[in-house]
Design a protein. Structure first.
Length: 317
C-alpha cells in the first residue's frame, strides 16, 4: 500500500499527517483553522499544508493513494460535503472532498471524528482483528463509532452512532446540548463531572479537588488526579459517571452484542478509574450472554486516531 494523507479539522487547528501502510505517522504538521476568516481561507491553508507535506516528504500526487478528512460535525460521507460543524462556524454545505480532488487528483473522503477514530482503532488499534465493536469517546461530549461485520456503520443519513443521546430518563433530567433532556451525555460527559464536583462542594463536602484547583476552574483531569490520590468524593464521582455510562452501554451491548467496547477521549485517559465502574455496571445490567462476552478496553491511538482513521477512509468503503 502507498502512503495516505489524514487531515483532522478542529475548531482551533487542522492537523495533517502522512501515514504509511502500517498506520505509522511519517510526517505531521498543523495549521490554524481561523474559522472566522471563512471556509475558503481555511481550505486554502489546508491546500498549502498538503503542498508543504509533499515537498517535505518528497512525495507527489502519484505516490499518495488517498486523502481523508475528519470533521467534528455532520458530514455526508457519500458526497464528501460537510453539512454542519458546530465548532467551526461557516462550514455549512462545503464540498470539501471535491475541492481537494480537483486540486490534487487524489481520491478524497470525509467522515466525522468518532467514526474516523473507530476506523483507526479497527485498522491499527484496540479493534484489530475484531468484527463487531463500539468505539466510544468521552470528552466534552459523548460520541461513538460503530463497526459491525468489519464495516463502519453510517446509517440512512450519516447520523448513526449518537450513543451520547441515549435517554436515561423518561421525563426531565439534565438539559443536554442537543436540546433534549435526560441524555447520557448530559449525565456523564466531562462537563457533568465538573458540575457534580461543584455540587459536592456546595453541599459542604470537603474535597481534595477543590484544593488542587486553587483559583482555577475544576476540570475532569483534576477530579481524576484527586481520585488517584485517594479522595473519596472524587472516587465517588467517577463511580457514578462510570455507572451512568455502563447503563447506557448496556442497552447498546444488548442490541449489538459487540466483542469490544473501546473507550477513548480525554476523560478516558483516567483509565481504570472510569473503566472499572463501567465494566462492573455492564456485568450487572446487560443481558448475561452479551454482557459477559464483551471486553471493555481503553483506546490505543489517542490523539492520533483522527488523522490515522481519516487516512484509511478511501479503503473503508
Ligand atoms: P473534546 O471532547 O473537547 O475534544 P477531549 O476528548 O480532548 O475533549 O477531552 C477533554 C477533557 O478530558 C477535559 O475536560 C480534560 O479535563 C479531560 N481529561 C484529560 N486528561 C484526563 C485524565 N487523565 N483524566 C480525566 N480527565 C482527563
Amino acid at each position: 500500500m502507498k502512503k495516505r494523507i489524514g487531515i483532522d479539522v478542529g475548531g482551533t487547528n487542522v492537523k495533517i499527517a502522512l501515514v504509511d501502510g502500517n498506520g505509522k505517522i511519517i510526517y505531521s504538521n498543523s495549521v490554524p483553522t481561523y474559522a472566522k476568516m471563512g471556509y475558503e481561507y481555511t481550505v486554502n491553508n489546508i491546500k498549502q499544508a498538503i503542498r508543504d507535506l509533499m515537498k517535505e516528504t518528497n512525495t507527489d500526487s502519484k505516490s499518495i493513494d488517498a486523502i481523508g478528512f475528519d470533521f467534528p460535525g455532520q458530514v455526508d460521507y457519500k458526497t464528501g460535503v460537510v453539512k454542519l460543524a458546530p465548532n467551526i462556524p461557516g462550514w455549512v454545505n462545503v464540498p470539501i472532498a471535491q475541492m481537494i480532488e480537483e486540486e490534487f487528483h487524489i481520491p478524497t473522503r470525509i467522515d466525522n471524528d468518532v467514526r474516523c477514530a473507530a476506523l483507526g482503532e479497527l485498522k491499527f488499534g484496540a479493534g484489530r482483528g475484531c468484527k463487531n465493536f463500539i468505539c466510544m469517546t468521552v470528552g466534552t461530549g459523548i460520541g461513538s463509532g460503530l463497526v459491525i461485520d468489519g464495516k463502519i456503520v453510517r446509517g440512512a443519513a450519516n447520523a448513526a452512532g449518537e450513543l451520547g443521546h441515549i435517554k436515561l430518563q423518561m421525563q426531565g433530567g439534565p438539559l443536554c446540548g442537543c436540546g433534549d433532556t435526560g441524555c447520557l451525555e448530559a449525565f456523564a460527559s466531562g462537563p457533568a463531572i465538573v458540575a457534580m464536583a461543584y455540587d459536592y462542594i456546595k453541599g459542604g463536602k470537603a474535597a481534595k479537588f477543590s484544593e488542587m484547583a486553587g483559583d482555577s476552574e475544576i476540570t475532569p483531569y483534576i477530579v481524576a488526579k484527586a481520585a488517584e490520590e485517594g479522595d473519596p468524593v472524587a472516587k465517588r464521582i467517577f463511580e457514578i459517571i462510570g455507572e451512568y455510562i455502563g447503563i447506557g452501554l448496556s442497552s447498546v451491548i444488548n442490541l449489538l452484542n459487540p466483542e469490544k467496547v473501546i473507550i477513548g477521549g480525554g476523560v478516558a485517559e483516567s483509565g481504570d478509574l472510569l473503566l472499572d465502574p463501567i465494566r462492573r455496571t455492564v456485568k450487572e445490567r446487560a443481558m448475561s450472554v452479551a454482557g459477559s462476552s464483551v471486553e471493555i478496553v481503553k483506546a490505543e491511538l489517542g490523539n492520533s486516531a483522527g488523522v490515522i482513521g481519516a487516512s484509511m477512509l478511501v479503503e473503508g468503503e
